[in-house]
Design a protein around this ligand. Structure first.
Ligand code: SF4
Length: 243
């Protein structure tokens, strides 16, 4: 039987996509970001390591939890860690969720190539993806996350073309060329906005709880954030959220 580890089940959330949603945070991640604020969700664990904080669920068990709260939510969002590492579980789970007529969003770091044949069904079942663009330059992405961003950028175009890119997010850190990131990304995505509106969340870097080599960094000023917003607007984005 297909089972997956869940770190947190939030019956109702107003910050994980539009409307009141159930947010499910799966355990385990395929990245190791230096500024991860949920490092406890990174470790990939096996069923014998289940504990009070991390529970393994079957598809039916997790479905029943969502079914109980169906009247109060408009959709579900799966997150992590990195939920797409559990794609076989998600495919079965989403098939059942569809019977409840709920909207399905997936929050992802984009490290798994979603155009792969084995991910096709997951993409079809998902209404929208929320994708982290952690850096533009490969060297910066490797420094921040330990991995290349080639697949992340490939996924960004792939999902936008399909009309399945709900939201992109960038953490604004001092020392990074934030103007180049925002300008380049919004220019590249601009042609797809006529297929589907894409929200861009520009998130202030917060140095609390990060690794020591990143604790001296800080976010950009409010003025710079406002300026970056105008850059995204100039490139056609209308839904920009500053956090
Ligand atoms: S992708 Fe997210 S959960 Fe995974 S290490 Fe990076 S910040 Fe943490």
């Amino acid at each position: 039987m297909c089972r997956a580890p869940v770190n947190q089940f939030l019956p109702m959330s107003l910050v994980d996509g539009p409307g009141n949603r159930c947010a499910i945070f799966f355990q385990g991640c395929n990245l190791n970001c230096s500024f991860c604020h949920n490092p406890e969700t990174i470790k990939i664990i096996h069923s014998e390591e289940e504990n009070d904080d991390i529970k393994f669920y079957s598809v039916d068990e997790l479905f029943e939890k969502v079914k109980k709260i169906r009247p109060f939510i408009v959709g579900i969002t799966t997150s992590g860690g990195e939920c797409t590492i559990h794609h076989k579980f998600l495919i079965q789970f989403f098939k059942k969720i569809k019977t409840l007529n709920l909207n399905i969003l997936v929050d992802t770091n984009g490290l798994i190539d979603l155009s792969n044949e084995n991910m096709k069904e997951l993409v079809e079942l998902t209404d929208g993806f929320m994708l982290d663009i952690k850096a533009l330059e490969e060297s910066s992405h490797k420094r921040i996350t330990g991995s290349s961003n080639k697949t992340v950028l490939k996924n960004m175009h792939y999902l936008a073309k399909l009309g399945k890119l709900e939201e992109i997010r960038t953490v604004l850190m001092s020392g990074e060329d934030n103007l180049k990131i925002v300008d380049t990304i919004t220019k590249e995505l601009s042609p797809y906005l006529k297929i589907k509106n894409i929200r861009y969340k520009l998130i202030s870097y917060r140095p609390f709880g990060v690794r020591s080599e990143f604790s001296d960094l800080h976010s950009v000023s409010d003025n710079e954030k406002e300026y970056l917003k105008t850059v995204a607007q100039k490139n056609g984005f209308t839904d920009i959220v500053l956090i």
